[in-house]
Write a protein that binds this ligand. Structure first.
Ligand code: E4P
Length: 215
């Protein structure tokens, strides 16, 4: 049951990494653009800080994705997970990189059929986009469940990395339905700590502790 952060904001990642609860980071071109940083500077700083699994998305043609994926895998070694789209080219690249022993995250998964192809291409992770499926009036968590059941039935080793998660309830459900990893925006991760009854219970315990110390 791993938790990744879905952001390219290095300082926020590093603060949260200190909790000891974060197992990795996923980035994508949109998140890199929002950070305003060079992607490799982001990966470098995260790797130096001890983040052991960083999804680095490659773009372009089959050859461009293959050579860029190989270059990043050589530079960042076991820390690198190369992220490719679930397209014929993306899955071809997945196959090539997997044969090299490189971890690959096949992204933009919206159907169990795509997850089947990604597993056959040797993906380490598949990323079903829970929130974006929900946005289109289908069930994002049902997709996670369908993939998990299929993988389990056929003893597939590819891990399900639930992505595009928008709320805490979906984190619990995604793990319950068989996700191996949830990648979360920082604000969703932060909210996982919260419960009104924890706050109220703590308030009471603090008050009673102070009273107990006085008496
Ligand atoms: C994960 O790898 C994706 O980059 C991400 O979860 C997409 O989330 P969004 O649908 O909120 O953009």
């Amino acid at each position: 049951m791993k938790i990744f952060l879905d952001t390219a904001d290095v300082s926020t990642i590093l603060t949260h990494f200190e909790t000891g609860l974060i197992d990795g980071v996923t980035t994508n071109p949109t998140l890199i653009m929002k950070s305003g940083r060079d992607p490799e500077d982001v990966y470098q700083e995260l790797a130096e800080a001890g983040v052991r699994d960083i999804s680095m998305e490659v773009v372009g043609s089959r050859d461009e994705m293959t050579s860029e994926g190989r270059r990043l895998a050589t530079k960042f070694q076991e820390v690198a997970t190369i992220k490719v789209p679930c397209t014929p080219d993306g899955l071809y690249v997945c196959n090539q990189l997997a044969k090299d022993g490189t971890k690959v995250n096949v992204t933009l998964i919206f159907d169990a059929a795509q997850a089947i192809l990604a597993a056959k291409a040797g993906a380490t992770y598949v990323s079903p986009f829970v929130g974006r499926v929900d946005d289109n009036s289908f069930g994002g968590l049902c997709l996670v469940k369908d993939i998990a059941n299929t993988y389990k039935m056929h003893s597939v080793e590819t891990q399900i990395l639930a992505a595009s998660i928008r709320n805490v309830r979906d984190v619990g459900r995604a793990f319950e339905y068989g996700a191996n990893v949830c990648t979360l925006p920082v604000k969703v991760f932060d909210k996982m700590y919260d419960h009104i009854l924890t706050e109220k219970g703590l308030e009471l315990f603090d008050k009673d502790y102070a009273a107990a110390c006085k008496s």
